[in-house]
Design a protein around this ligand. Structure first.
Ligand code: ADP
Ligand code: SR1
Ligand code: MG
Length: 408
């Protein structure tokens, strides 16, 4: 089938010929609304007019970057990787991933479950909503997806096949290389240049060669380390949530990359929320909940990752009998400590990129009062710097929480 960019009308014509969607809606009359608020793609809600509980999402990639415009070309290939990742992550933990009803790589589209009782987590966090099950859910999601796609669980042949399956996602990896690890830390046309102009903090950051060398070290890890299948863009805008449930959406940046990258993305976004509440709402109770959540996410991730590991004696990496019991225990502890450290390093880059880089986040760039915004930027930068400069010395989760707390 040839690719055709859909619109609200042609979405209905398209799904009329898709059996799984036709079965779902039966004879209901349908309505289509565009609900996309992301940077890259078009997202349509297809809803039944007969039953308000029945709806599906159709997401289609277009051959350009939506938030910039048709002049910024970006291949539609990204949808192939989103489809594959949604299916893989769903097979590992279905309760945290929307169910796919239909996928068409030629048309660069996927039809999936509509999450009607959930909101984008970034929005909830800004409104000060407490999600008491979140740390439990997301730590399980991250530990399971990372562990079960790594050499601690699959064979070396399966791992190479997995790398191959996602290796073509080069354009989106390149976006991350540029937009997370390079351009936000130098003069660049894609930056928020109104803000960079005559800004002492920005000039200082761009001239901080020690910091930038450390960023390069982390970029190199991102470009070369193939630990596990990662989501690749796990910020709080890729999480849909309510008090009971947590779903991870939008895995189009997925590839086989470093263990710490998704954890780092999440840590950075939770820390940005802490910065927002320190500067804007000054809600001490909420700030305490955020810090406690950060600690729990990191601690529970380590516990669960180790617990999955304890279920098998033999893996592609550690052959049964290779280490004695005590040495194996020590090795595992060092292994997860290293994941924690790299997560903190990536979190530093991820926080830093949101200050002057393209694609700022509402928590910081959305602050209307310019004085408050500068304060938030400076706080975010101080956490980013502490993370990047000190990540490889971190000993435990308390130290991570202390760094964030001390900044504001
Ligand atoms: P992009 O790839 O452009 O970033 P997203 O996958 O993040 O697109 O989706 C954009 C928006 O569409 C989300 O912020 C959310 O509001 C909505 N959305 C996406 N998937 C779903 C879903 N399964 N259920 C409900 N809303 C969704
Ligand atoms: C121009 S694309 C900007 C960002 O949006 C995505 O969510 C990724 O984080 C990407 O870097
Ligand atoms: Mg998105």
């Amino acid at each position: 089938m040839d690719y055709k960019e859909l619109n609200k009308t042609t979405v209905l014509e398209y799904v009329a010929n898709v059996d799984s969607v036709a079965d779902y809606f039966a004879t209901d009359e349908l309505e289509v609304v565009e609900v996309g608020d992301g940077n890259l793609n078009y997202v349509y809600k297809i809803a039944s007019l007969n039953d308000s509980k029945k709806a599906l999402i159709l997401k289609q990639a277009v051959p350009y970057l939506r938030c910039v415009g048709e002049e910024f070309l970006l291949s539609r290939d990204r949808m192939r990787f989103e489809i594959r990742a949604l299916q893989k992550f769903y097979s590992i933990f279905p309760s945290f991933v929307p169910k796919v009803y239909h996928a068409n790589e030629d048309m660069s589209l996927v039809v999936m479950e509509y999450l009607d009782e959930h909101i984008i987590m970034r929005k909830g966090l800004m409104e000060g909503v407490v999600y008491k099950n979140f740390s439990e859910h997301i730590s399980t999601y991250m530990a399971a997806t990372l562990f079960y796609t790594s050499l601690l669980h699959i064979s070396s042949g399966e791992k190479r096949a997995l790398v191959e399956k996602f290796n073509g996602n080069a354009e989106l990896c390149k976006l991350t290389e540029d937009l997370v690890f390079s351009f936000p830390f130098m003069e660049h046309e894609t930056n928020d240049n109104e803000n960079v102009k005559e800004n002492h903090d920005a000039q200082k950051l761009f001239l901080d060669m020690e910091f930038k060398e450390r960023v390069l070290g982390l970029k190199y890890k991102f470009m070369t380390q193939s630990d596990a299948l990662i989501h690749g863009d796990l910020h709080t805008g890729s999480i849909m949530i309510n008090e009971k449930e947590t779903y991870v959406i939008d895995p189009e940046f997925a590839f086989v990359g470093p263990f710490g990258f998704d954890i780092g993305a999440l840590l950075a976004n939770l820390a940005n929320s802490y910065v927002h509440h320190s500067v804007v709402t000054k809600d001490e109770e909420y700030k305490t909940w955020l810090l406690q959540t950060i600690r729990e996410v990191l601690e529970k991730f380590s516990e669960k990752f180790l617990s999955f590991w304890s279920e098998s004696k033999n893996s592609a990496l550690v052959v049964d009998g290779f280490l004695d019991g005590a040495a194996l225990q020590k090795y595992k502890e060092k292994f997860v400590l290293n994941i924690l450290r790299e997560s903190v390093g990536f979190a530093g880059c991820k926080m830093g990129r949101r200050v002057y880089g393209v694609a700022g986040v509402a928590e910081i760039r959305g602050i209307k009062d310019s004085k408050l915004r500068r304060r938030a930027e400076s706080m975010a930068l101080s956490v980013a710097k502490a993370f990047v400069m000190g990540y490889d010395k971190i000993q435990n989760c308390d130290e991570v929480v202390e760094i964030i707390k001390n900044a504001g």
